[in-house]
Ligand binder design. Sequence first.
Ligand code: 16G
Ligand code: MG
Length: 547
Amino acid sequence: MSINLRTVYAFAREMYPKVSTEHVQYGTAGFRGKAEFLDSVMFRMGVLATLRSRYREGAVIGVMITASHNPEPDNGVKLVDPKGEMLEASWESIATDLVNVSDQELEQHVAKIIKENNIDVTTSSQVFVGMDNRYHSPRLLKAVADGVIALKGNVKEYGIVTTPMLHYFVVAANTKEAYGKPTEEGYYEKLIKAFELLRNSRLENGNYRNNIIFDGANGVGARKMLQFIKRMKSSLNVTVINQGIGPGKINEDCGADYVKVQQRTPKSMPEVEPFTRCVSVDGDADRVVYFFTDDKGEFHLLDGDRIATLVAGYLMELVTQAEINLRLGLVQTAYANGASTDYIVNELKFPVSCVPTGVKHLHHKALAYDIGVYFEANGHGTIVFSDNAKATIAQAAETKESAKTLLLLIDLINETVGDAISDMLLVETILNHKGWDVQDWISSYNDLPNRQLKVKVQDRNVIETTDAERVCVKPEGLQTEINKVVANYKRGRSFVRPSGTEDVVRVYAEAATKEDTDNLAYEVGILVQKLAGGVGPELTKPGSAHL
Ligand code: 16G
Ligand code: MG
């Protein structure tokens, strides 16, 4: 097979011309922005995915079109590597350069990538593409597919799928189906079979009730949940809200990000009994948080930290009962609530590590354990099992019930990336086995009040951090000032970091009381405005009339 790089240029010029010269960067979750500027980015990512597949000797590479929890007018794209991981870091800059060259430079630039990476363009390549249900996603999917075709690659379009489903398809295909069948049906089958075996027809147990409200954020997760319901033998009664069929927009006043950041129920929440278990997922269903309202009407959140502690504690129990020797570990980020970390270290006696924000950092670190549990507070996370763990568990399952349970859990968990639906089924399984309702779950420890702020600055990259983003090294002096402020608050902790997905600096604060937390976040926010080139109006003081 011979390819003609002229075709790439011709496609780009005629169909996907670059309409903006603004520099864009492959960030923590790929490229993201307003959909109308993304056609040329998508086309070029199709080209890059094909090259990457050839570079990886024909392994399947995934391309997911989604802007996750962003508002509906945004879209985005990210590449999935052969083992289901995020694109290797050294290729992120290749992606950035490729997207920023002009149409005229494109042909030469592609030739340069081929040469520098010794890519044999005569070999075959496979790219899987999926998209969320934004109205502009089909247009952008075609652009990706054309990018693959321009380089004579093979493209398989999965249509509307969740991000974790696409990761699953990539891994299933690359493991020659050892991980599962690379089809939508194969995915449902694998998860539902494991879930139903784990329920073992005991649908309710102790305080655990078999009903849940599922907020689909008007995104793809809602659609897929409806497919799950059709296929599940009423093993769980799920009521789906924000299904995306009404006037509601993706992530607008609903979904995991809204519920977590605003710390309130989705706006369209129906009247439900106090203490009803509810879950929210984000627009592409790779994050999940739980919540409920108590009998006084007060909102309670059970976020990624809660899920992590529940899962870690349960896995530890099973491993102990199975009398097997495996290295367990939990990976968090600086956003993890201090109370959760204390609980894990002091009560569960589970090893914990902290890494910078972004799935690739957590996933990578989790692979260092036999059973690595990772979760971001925002609800993104999963569990990875080493080959050694799988073999040890399989052997123990011959005699031990708890090891059999572990084997089924491995099938239920989407190890390739955080999967809101799989994670939810996992939490439901654990709560059912323990006989817990949300009150039992939330009472394992008390979260410290926490608050996040966004601060606009001239250039967010003036902020540099170290120690898993917990210490700010630039601009000079900022950390010293933060330390002074934090010292005034009981159980105070605060850090600042440039966002990887928005043009802002993020401030996180936690302290013993809500009032203290608000004040601490405000004081640190002001420090960022003063010392890191703040723009826009000064932050509003907590408790003032404008709040
Ligand atoms: C992206 C990351 C997520 C992280 C978030 C932080 C992936 C797939 N997603 O959504 O893990 O929590 O960015 O956003 O890595 P921020 O940098 O704007 O705070
Ligand atoms: Mg997401």
